[in-house]
Each structure stands twice: as structure tokens, then as C-alpha cells.
Design a binder for this molecule. Sequence first.
Ligand code: SAM
Length: 191
Amino acid sequence: MVAPTLWVAVGLLVFGVAMAYFVFATFLFGAGYQPTPRRSAERMLRYAEVGPHDTVYDLGAGTGAIVFRAARTYRARVVGVEVEPIRVLVLRLRRRLGPFGDRVTIRWGNLFRLDFRPATVVTAFLWPGAMARLRPKFEAELPDGARVVSHCHRVPGWTAAEYDPETDVYLYRWPSARNPPAESGAVTGGT
Ligand SMILES: C[S@@+](CC[C@H](N)C(=O)[O-])C[C@H]1O[C@@H](n2cnc3c(N)ncnc32)[C@H](O)[C@@H]1O
């Protein structure tokens, strides 16, 4: 007979491996998993002045902290793209069971392969390297007037129109974000 303590140890090990997979496995793609804090998500959507006429692309949708807030509170159309299949399942379940699911599209795939041309707002909480890779794609595909809001990390080389240190959120307006800073308070730089 196997001692109960051994079962507990095996259970903890399996749980630990599962959690490590869930949080860290997607680092290589562009970021691990951490939900955007509620206040930061709210700041991002308010900075971008999201409304019913917007199409919000959440790059790396996680379990939907931004996706469902944008659809429910701001009535936007939202496309959430996520590479990790368990999170995609959670997103699709939330979409099916919650309100305003008809305004939400969930795509399972790599955000770097997405066409950003239909987006009026882009939200991101990704690793600095991913933000650097995104910049040329933003510049090639975003329509004039689009807003990019990022939690924690800048778009390197772009000038932010706003930065909120309390929630660590940057707002960029395309195409003026590629101009050097003109006003005091504009934020530029690397990561
Ligand atoms: C820090 S979480 C942000 C979660 C979400 N935006 C939110 O509001 O809570 C980053 C997410 O990006 C996903 N991700 C990382 N690289 C990706 C890629 N190349 N394509 C799609 N999703 C990616 C990760 O799986 C993770 O769920």
C-alpha cells in the first residue's frame, strides 16, 4: 500500500507542473499568463475611449479580463487572440455563457499572424520583446486613428500620448505616436 503522504506529494507535484505549464509555457510566444489587474484594464479602455463603434483587438487574451469588460461595459466588438488552448477553452466558455457573447470573437492562434487592419483599438499586456516585434506590424497595418494601449511595457521608439504610473498603462495614438515628443508629459523610449 502506498503511504498517503506519497499521494499528497505526487498530487502537489502534478499541480505544480500543471500551474507552471499554464503560467509559463507561452513565454516563448510573447508572454506568460497573468490577468491584467482590474484597475489597469479599466484605465486601458478609458484611455482608448472605447465605445460601441470600436473593434478592440486584445493581443494575448488570457482568460478574458479585457475582452469581456470591453464588450460588457463599453459595448465594443472585441477580437481576443490567444495561443494557449486551455485559456482558449475558458474564453469560449465565457463567451457562450456570459452576456454580449455576440460581440466577442475568440481566435486560437499566434497574434503575430493576425491582420490588424480592422482594429480601431489594440490592447496588450505582453513581454517587451513582443512589443518590439509588434511595432513594424502596427506601423504596416493599423488604420489612422487607431489607439494602442499597453500595460507594463512600451512600444519601443513610439511616443506615448499618455502614461498613468499608478496603473502602468501607456496610450499611443496612431500615426502621431511615431513623431518625437512635442509636449511635456509625452513618454518615449525603449522597453
Ligand atoms: C500577461 S497575459 C495577458 C492576458 C489578458 N490580455 C488579460 O487581459 O488578462 C498574456 C497572454 O498572452 C498570451 N500569448 C503570449 N504570446 C502569444 C502569441 N504569440 N499569440 C497569442 N497569445 C499569446 C499568453 O498565453 C497569455 O495568456
